[in-house]
Design a protein around this ligand. Structure first.
Ligand code: NAP
Ligand code: GDD
Length: 346
């Protein structure tokens, strides 16, 4: 009998990598999608294009308990990967209430539906390093106190604790992954790494003149989504549920990430100016290719994130295969391929 997995957020970056991973492991994969995704297939389902005929998609909404119950009752999944969320931190300041509604209630509804209708399903919750926010220690591990700095972070803290609450109160096999930033060639274009790669590749090909960014000094622990979905699966294969930090243990600034992409594209550059006047120029032509736009600064910033994933390395026998340079290399090469073929890679 094939194992049955249900993925919320299947159309997103992690959902698409996890789908491919589980199909290779011979799972029967079901995904929860918003009706709009089915209606606008070309735009919303592009990441799933290579596997669309191997999976089953169910229209539902994280805001509707009834729609979630219907699917869970019908397919009785062995494993539920709850990845669906409003995942853009900056947007959560602009639309707090819907972010809180989707990210808090959506998680609570799924747990409640599992408790009532499929209590033997194993549950994975997509927690975030954003919960550490204004960090209380460096590096951060599973015991580091949370100090969220955005409505998104606050919602993830609630969902983290309700997951533990269901585990302890109702014996649901529920795990929290506390994942640090992870990226890939199919990362959404609003997130800083993909935004940088897309813009600099376009600049290299003469299709764009300039890239505008916000805080260049923010530090992140960036891994590859492909490595991180494997950790999600490993958590649900344990004998008993547990919570894990997943991270590379290396930290770089946004500016350093820009430099890595410029190096990969063989663009010779130099930086000049301070604070809002910081800019990056091409050596020789002196073309200004990166400038600061204060609109990309957030009302509150998470200045530094660095994970300690030794618990996962020991218990899950997990470690990342990609370092940041390999990540950049892959993102740039896929982006150049997409640009020259005028299409999305999948
Ligand atoms: P993503 O690419 O933005 O994907 C988010 C997914 O959630 C999409 O499939 C989206 O569907 C779905 N979604 C959003 N709002 C929804 C709603 N109201 N109802 C149903 N589905 C909804 O995010 P990701 O990078 O794959 O991240 C996956 C999960 O991990 C998220 O929960 C995120 O918060 C968390 N996380 C991510 C990272 C990271 O660095 N990537 C780190 C830590 C935690 P549509 O296609 O219909 O919009
Ligand atoms: N998006 C964006 N755009 N970020 C910028 C920009 C810009 O133009 N300029 C500077 N930054 C800085 C942000 O201020 C932030 O400090 C950092 O780059 C990373 O921003 P994002 O790529 O948007 O990611 P994030 O760290 O806020 O959130 C991501 O990682 C979390 C895990 O820590 C998302 O994937 C979340 O869903 C995830 O939970």
């Amino acid at each position: 009998m094939k194992k049955v997995a249900l993925i919320t957020g299947i159309t997103g970056q992690d959902g698409s990598y996890l789908t491919e991973f589980l199909l290779k492991k011979k799972y029967q994969v079901h995904g929860l999608v918003r009706r709009v995704a089915l209606e606008d297939e070309n735009h919303r389902l592009w990441r799933l294009r290579p596997v669309l005929n191997k999976i089953t998609l169910h229209p539902a909404s994280l805001e509707s308990y009834a729609s979630l119950v219907k699917i869970i009752q019908k397919i009785k999944p062995n494993e539920v990967y709850h990845l669906g969320a409003q995942s853009y931190v900056d947007y959560s300041f602009k639309d707090e209430f819907s972010t809180l509604n989707t990210n808090i209630n959506g998680t609570h509804y799924i747990l409640s539906a599992l408790k009532e209708f499929s209590p033997n399903s194993k549950f994975y919750f997509a927690g975030s390093s954003e919960m550490f926010g204004k960090v209380k220690e460096i590096p951060q591990n599973e015991k580091t106190p949370f100090y969220p700095r955005s409505p998104y972070g606050v919602a993830k803290v609630y969902a983290h604790w309700i997951t533990i609450n269901y585990r302890e109160a109702y014996d649901i096999f529920a795990c929290n992954g506390i994942l640090f930033n992870h990226e890939s060639p199919v990362r959404g274009e609003t997130f800083v790494t993909r935004k940088i790669v897309v813009a600099l590749c376009r600049i290299k090909n003469g299709l764009q003149k300039k890239l505008y960014l916000g805080n260049l000094d923010a530090k992140r622990d960036w891994g590859h989504a492909k490595d991180y979905v494997e950790a999600m699966w490993k958590m649900l294969q344990l004998k008993s549920p547990n919570d894990f930090v997943i991270s590379t243990g290396k930290q770089y600034t946004v500016k350093y990430f820009v430099n890595l992409v410029l190096n990969e594209l063989k663009i010779k550059y130099y930086w000049k100016g301070k604070n809002l006047n910081t800019a990056c120029f091409v050596k020789g032509s002196n073309q200004k290719i990166v400038s600061i736009d204060k609109n990309y600064f957030r009302p509150l910033e998470v200045d530094t994130l660095l994970g300690n994933s030794s618990k996962a390395r020991k218990i899950l026998k997990w470690k990342p295969k990609y370092n940041v340079k390999q990540l950049v290399k892959e993102m740039v090469s896929e982006e150049l391929y997409m640009l020259s073929n005028d299409k999305k890679i999948r």
